[in-house]
Each structure stands twice: as structure tokens, then as C-alpha cells.
Design a protein around this ligand. Structure first.
Ligand SMILES: *[C@@H]1O[C@H](CO)[C@@H](O)[C@H](O)[C@H]1NC(C)=O
Ligand SMILES: *[C@@H]1O[C@H](CO)[C@@H](O)[C@H](O)[C@H]1NC(C)=O
Ligand SMILES: *[C@@H]1O[C@H](CO)[C@@H](O)[C@H](O)[C@H]1NC(C)=O
Ligand SMILES: *[C@@H]1O[C@H](CO)[C@@H](O)[C@H](O)[C@H]1NC(C)=O
Ligand SMILES: *[C@@H]1O[C@H](CO)[C@@H](O)[C@H](O)[C@H]1NC(C)=O
Length: 498
């Protein structure tokens, strides 16, 4: 009896210690985007999040295969509504009721811990030219009414994820912050409505895009490591753009009578490829600084209470639109297959990122340029173009990880991307006889540039012709229109320092 009791006590003690360690990294949120040609199995992704201490997830829309995997996972969910759905939702409360019944109540009752509904995604981006300014608030109101009717008014809060370009500062210092003049009154109405319903404002902040938009942006200011040229605002010296940007919002809120309005950072991160400033070194530097402050519970100079932060993103998405730039497919903390891109120190006990488990790959074979094919073959350029029209070649461009490849390397990279995109099917390594399948792993000779093998989706599409697959993929890419137009932001922040 005694010994049972004492071993129970030991277990309890050890559990408490483990638990308190876990508590240190609580509050890690992440965006799970699904615009991948070969998404990881949702159960593998949920395990990946849990293994790494991500206890909050933001989704861009209600996809059953994703939501079902989150049942009883202990992960809190912010569920997004795409902008295309704002007009229908604004048109009547019945549409909103249907949406809530089907996409919230149904999952909450089955154990999905939905905490927020994010109405729209950056609907006031300048690039949208007011397309959603009339519908966002009515949609928000209708969703709120529907949540109350469904008995979820307390449990599930509404919010609107906005790009940081909804506020600005005339002179550049945070204390001059206010909402963009063209949408000022609308912003106040939205914030009032959120405030009345004890709901938070959500804001996306992207230091990388400040740098992308202006090559004179002082690069140190983008990270969390201090700078020689801080932005001085009264007694406060801002040493990183995140603090300065966030506090510009806090000032704007205070100026308009909402000094205690809760704020969530809905997206923040750094891509690893597709631009000269999108690389492993910078992404690691930025995300290490970000994760450390999340783990330490650090706020900003103006607001000491730290916001909930959702990192963008969890995994790379090779089917996202590259309208914003080639980097758009490379925001993941993890690679497309859930492998770790770079080491992150996650606080106590040498805790670091853990890769996905149970990932299934296609067979180890690659499609490369045939040894006897000539670099001067007249079909070569067209073949590469064709491959890169349907597969992701964003790593080949200027400043990207595979940019240093020679002509043969370029061709092999493109051919292999296409071959993997189409699941190594018969006929997908057939570029005017310029290509050949190999089972000997080819190397590029460049660090961080690899000939990949795609994930096995378990549905070998032998019955489908490549043409049919291409058409299906084309449709999928079409669907992405709305998903990814991240604006090049923050003339505000840029103007502070130029
Ligand atoms: C639920 O959400 C999905 C994804 O956004 C959407 O396609 C569907 O129409 C929604 N269901 C209802 C009943 O509105
Ligand atoms: C929004 O409403 C205003 C006033 O009713 C109208 O003039 C404008 O055309 C509308 N904008 C859009 C994009 O529908
Ligand atoms: C952390 O890692 C360092 C270096 O690898 C090692 O010396 C140290 O003992 C580790 N600490 C713990 C708590 O595991
Ligand atoms: C390889 O492809 C990239 C991107 O298309 C291009 O910029 C580069 O010039 C190519 N290199 C050679 C040697 O053809
Ligand atoms: C590829 O090579 C085969 C055999 O050498 C030949 O019959 C065929 O016409 C070639 N195809 C193309 C597209 O060049």
C-alpha cells in the first residue's frame, strides 16, 4: 500500500514538472494552410502540432477533412471564412445561420474546440479596391447573431483578421498611429461591434514584406536582435518593426476610445525561399526571436500583456498563388513533408522542433535530364517551361535556393518537380525524350537545393490520364484566387526609416 502511494506521488510529481514545462510553451498558435498539391495527412499534421506544443490553430476555411482531425485534440481552433463568402453572409442572417450550423455547431458537438470565427481574410487590403468594405460588417453581425442563436455566443468569439495596412502613422512614430483615413469610420464601427461582444481584433504583421517592398529597409530592424537605428518615439526607443507596428495599432485603438481592446496577431512569419531575403538563415533568426518572446510572454513597450500569436505558417504550400511573390509557397516552419527546416530553441530542456511522424513518400525515383540529351536541344526550353507551368519551380528563380544550377540542373529540377507533382505516373517523365527516370538519388551540388520525392497520397491515379490530372490541378489552382493575395504592406513602417 505504502509503496503504491509513494509511486503515485512520484508519478504525480513528475507529471507536474512535465506539465509546468509544457506550460512554458503554451500559447503557441499556428496557421494551417492547405493549399498544397500533396497535403500531409491531417492526423499527421495534428500530431505534428501537438508534438511541438502548438495548442492553437488558425484555419482559412471549414474543410471537413481538417476539422475532423482536430476532434478531441486539445487544440483550440480559429476558423476562417473566405472573403468570397462575405457577400452571401451579409445578404441575410439565414445564410449565416446555415454556415454556423454546418461549419461550427456540427463540429463543436463532435469535440472540435472552436474558439473563434474569423470573418473574412484581410478584406480591406488596398489591393482589393473596396471590394469587401460594404459586406464585412454585416457579415460579422450576421455570424454573431447566428452564433448566439446556436447557443455558442459565449464559447465562440467573432473576429476579423486584418492586414496591418488598416492603420498608419503620418509621421512614422507609433504614437501618431490611427486608422487609414478611407476606412476610419468603418474600422471604428467594426471595433465597436467586436468590443460590444467581448471579441478581439486580429491583425497580421509581416516584417518580411516591409523588407521585400523596400530594399532600403534597415534589415536589423526586421528582426528581434536590436538595431543601430531605432525609431525613437518620446521616451520609447523601438528596436524592431514588430513592436513599432503593433504599438501603432495600440495607439490607434487608444486614440479612438478602445485602449483595452484585446488584439490577436493572426499571422506573422518569415519564408525560406523564393526571394533573396527569404532563406533559412533569416527565417531562423526571425522565428527564433519571435518564438522566444512568445515563450517568455513578452509584450510590447506600449502593451505589456503579450497578444496571442499565430505563426504563419505550419507547412509549405506548393499550390498557393505566387501573385504576391515566389516566396508565397515557402512560409512553413516545416517543409512540405513535415521535416524540420531549421533548428528552433523552444525554451526549457533543449526543446526543439520535432518533425512529422508516419509520413509516406512515393518510391525513391526521380526524373532528370537524360545524360545523352543535349543542352542545345531546341525542345529543351519549352519542356522546362511546360514542366514549370504545372509544377512548383519557385526555388529556381533569382535569389532562391536552386538559382545556381547550370542548364542541365535546371532541366532536371523542372522535370523532377513535374514528375513528382503527377505522382510519378507513367508519361510524366516524357519530355521529348530529354528526360529519364533514375533510381539513383541525383544531387544538385548546392546546399539546400534538393531533388525531392513527393508524398504518397495513397491514391495511385493509374486510371487517370496525366491530362485529366493536369486539368484537375488547374481547377485547384483556380480555386486559389482568393486565398493568397498578401499585400505588400506597411508604407507606414517603411516611411519611418527612409
Ligand atoms: C461551410 O464552409 C465551407 C468552406 O468555406 C463552405 O464551402 C460551405 O458552403 C459552408 N457551409 C455552409 C452551409 O455555409
Ligand atoms: C458600397 O456601397 C456604396 C454606398 O451604398 C456604393 O456606392 C458602392 O458602390 C458599394 N461598393 C461595392 C463594391 O459594392
Ligand atoms: C542541452 O544541450 C547541451 C549541449 O548539447 C548539453 O550540454 C546540456 O546538458 C543539455 N541540457 C539538458 C537539460 O538536456
Ligand atoms: C536556370 O533557371 C533559372 C530560372 O528559370 C534562370 O534564371 C537561370 O538563368 C537558368 N540557368 C541556366 C544556366 O540556364
Ligand atoms: C523518342 O525516342 C523514340 C525512340 O528513339 C522515338 O521513337 C520517338 O519518336 C522519340 N519521341 C520524341 C517526342 O522525340
Amino acid at each position: 500500500m505504502e509503496s503504491h502511494k509513494s509511486s503515485f506521488l512520484w508519478v504525480f510529481l513528475i507529471f507536474s514538472i512535465l506539465n509546468s514545462k509544457y506550460l512554458l510553451v503554451q500559447g503557441l498558435g499556428v496557421n494551417w494552410g492547405t493549399r498544397a498539391s500533396h497535403p500531409l495527412s491531417p492526423n499527421v499534421v495534428v500530431k505534428l502540432m501537438k508534438d511541438n506544443g502548438f495548442d492553437k490553430v488558425k484555419l482559412f476555411e471549414a474543410e471537413p477533412w481538417v476539422l475532423n482531425a482536430l476532434k478531441n485534440s486539445g487544440i483550440q481552433v480559429m476558423l476562417g471564412i473566405p472573403n468570397d463568402f462575405l457577400a452571401p453572409l451579409a445578404s441575410g442572417v439565414r445564410v449565416a445561420e446555415d454556415w454556423v450550423t454546418k461549419n461550427v455547431s456540427a463540429y463543436v458537438s463532435r469535440g472540435v474546440d472552436i474558439r473563434y470565427v474569423a470573418v473574412g481574410n484581410e478584406p480591406f487590403l488596398k489591393t482589393y479596391k473596396n471590394m469587401f468594405t460594404n459586406t464585412t460588417l454585416p457579415a460579422l453581425q450576421n455570424i454573431q447573431a447566428a452564433l448566439i442563436k446556436a447557443g455558442l455566443g459565449r464559447q465562440v468569439k467573432i473576429t476579423v483578421p486584418l492586414n496591418a495596412d488598416v492603420y498608419e502613422s503620418g509621421s512614422g512614430v507609433p504614437s501618431e498611429g490611427n486608422f487609414r483615413s478611407d476606412i476610419h469610420d468603418l474600422m471604428i464601427s467594426i471595433i465597436q461591434f467586436l468590443s460590444d461582444n467581448a471579441a478581439p481584433l486580429t491583425i497580421n504583421i509581416y516584417p518580411f514584406l516591409s523588407l521585400y517592398a523596400d530594399s532600403h529597409f534597415p534589415i536589423d530592424f526586421a528582426f528581434f536582435v536590436g538595431t543601430n537605428a531605432p525609431v525613437v518615439d518620446g521616451t520609447i526607443s523601438y528596436t524592431n518593426v514588430f513592436d513599432a507596428n503593433y504599438d501603432t495599432l495600440v495607439w490607434a485603438l487608444e486614440k479612438n476610445g478602445f485602449s483595452s481592446m484585446p488584439v490577436i496577431v493572426g499571422e506573422i512569419g518569415w519564408p525560406t525561399d523564393g526571394d533573396q531575403n527569404a532563406n533559412l538563415q533569416y527565417a531562423q533568426k526571425f522565428n527564433q526571436g519571435l518564438f522566444s518572446r512568445i515563450i517568455q510572454g513578452q509584450g510590447t513597450p506600449k502593451r505589456k500583456t503579450p497578444p496571442d500569436i499565430y505563426v504563419f505558417g505550419l507547412i509549405d504550400e506548393d499550390a498557393k498563388s505566387i501573385d504576391p511573390g515566389n516566396f508565397e509557397r515557402h512560409w512553413g516552419v516545416f517543409n512540405y513533408d513535415g521535416t524540420v527546416k531549421y533548428k528552433l530553441d523552444l525554451g526549457s530542456n533543449n526543446k526543439t522542433l520535432i518533425p512529422a511522424k508516419g509520413v509516406r513518400y512515393l518510391p525513391k525515383q526521380w526524373c532528370v535530364m537524360a545524360p545523352d540529351a543535349s543542352e542545345s536541344d531546341p525542345n529543351l526550353a519549352d519542356s522546362i517551361n511546360y514542366a514549370c507551368t504545372y509544377a512548383d519551380c519557385t526555388s529556381l528563380g533569382y535569389g532562391s535556393s536552386c538559382n545556381g544550377l547550370d542548364a542541365r540542373g535546371n532541366a532536371s529540377y523542372a522535370f523532377n518537380q513535374y514528375f513528382q507533382m503527377f505522382n510519378q505516373q507513367k508519361g510524366s517523365c516524357d519530355f521529348h525524350n530529354l528526360s529519364v527516370v533514375t533510381r539513383i538519388q541525383p544531387t544538385t551540388g548546392i546546399t539546400n537545393c534538393k531533388y525531392e520525392i513527393m508524398l504518397d497520397l495513397g491514391k495511385h491515379e493509374k486510371e487517370r490520364s496525366p491530362v485529366a490530372s493536369v486539368a484537375a490541378l488547374g481547377r485547384r489552382l483556380e480555386d486559389l484566387r482568393y486565398s493568397a493575395v498578401v499585400a505588400v504592406i506597411s508604407t507606414v513602417i517603411v516611411s519611418w526609416v527612409s
